[in-house]
Write a protein that binds this ligand. Structure first.
Ligand SMILES: [Zn+2]
Length: 301
């Protein structure tokens, strides 16, 4: 079964048709992005544009997009951002929902987290619209933000330095896609970056080397907490499905891990994230709290 839900930041699809003894349910978050060219005024070949689009900020030299440069840039953006965020997390099913039969046994699927970007040049019906300037080769920097990019925001750039003096590199667009999925900067909420303050302050991008290196800091490392958009989506699907699933069966109540299968816990499931593949579990394995992290041979019951 494929189910879809629309969230503020993305559309989500839960696909349980792919479940078998080895394959989990798949949760795909789809971001619809509209890209708009910013070109020099008057159809000129060259022109200028302000950092952050703010007239109070410095002007940078820009050049007109060509159809070829535009489609290449967009294709690179989409493929590299998808490659970064797609297939990085597995959510452990602590709800007991979505049970299915395979090899004569009942399985509980975990959730494989996927991400897809659909791009268009239109401005209607997108989750986010992004304007893009094409920087002249003479420019080394442009002030971009989550809805205003420059053509080099897909390049790997030295964003910070760690405590050993090593450069920390980041491709800005994968960080920005993290924001578009709903993620904050890595240290938001910590004492040096109060959530109510300026969360763009440099301390919010991380103080420790580990935080600096994270994708929602200044680097390219994925963290478990970055699975939050997928976990939020699964809570949405779990609530919707728990309402249809009804009260627990007598069999479920007898299971040692029965709290997982009792009706209210469908609603309280937290879908903990993992960075390694977690295979589907039999009901007995789930009940025992086992995790299956390598491919074991499944026999028909
Ligand atoms: Zn940011």
């Amino acid at each position: 079964m494929k189910q879809t839900m629309q969230f503020t930041n993305f559309n989500a699809e839960l696909n349980t048709d792919v479940c078998d003894a080895y394959n989990n349910a798949e949760l795909t978050l789809t971001l619809k992005l509209g890209f708009q060219q910013i070109n020099p005024t008057g159809n000129a070949a060259t022109g200028t544009y302000h950092d952050y689009g703010d007239p109070a900020d410095p002007l940078r030299n820009i050049i007109r997009w060509t159809p070829g440069a535009w489609s290449t840039w967009k294709a690179n953006f989409v493929s590299s951002a998808q490659q970064f965020w797609n297939g990085k997390f597995w959510l452990v099913n602590d709800s007991g929902l979505f049970q299915y039969q395979a090899l004569g046994q009942t399985f509980v699927p975990n959730i494989y987290c996927k991400m897809k970007i659909e791009s268009s040049d239109g401005t209607i019906g997108n989750h986010h619209n992004i304007s893009v300037v094409r920087l002249a080769s003479s420019e080394t920097w442009f002030g971009s933000h989550s809805t205003l990019y420059d053509s080099r925001d897909t390049d790997s750039v030295n964003k910070a330095t760690d405590s050993q003096g090593r450069a920390i590199m980041q491709r800005a667009h994968v960080h920005e896609v993290g924001h578009l999925l709903g993620l904050d900067h890595v240290d938001v909420g910590q004492a040096h970056c109060p959530a109510s303050g300026d969360t763009n302050a440099s301390a919010c991008y991380g103080v420790s080397d580990a935080s600096l290196n994270s994708v929602m800091g200044s680097g390219m490392t994925i963290r478990l907490e970055n699975a939050a958009p997928w976990r939020n989506a699964m809570r949405g699907f779990a609530v919707a499905n728990a309402l249809q699933a009804g009260p627990p069966t007598a069999l479920n109540l007898l299971m040692p891990y029965s709290r997982l299968f009792a009706f209210p816990t469908h609603l309280l499931a937290s879908w903990p994230a993992r960075l390694t593949r977690h295979y589907p579990r039999t009901l007995a394995e789930a009940a025992a709290g086992m995790n299956i992290t390598s491919r074991i041979t499944r026999m028909a019951a």
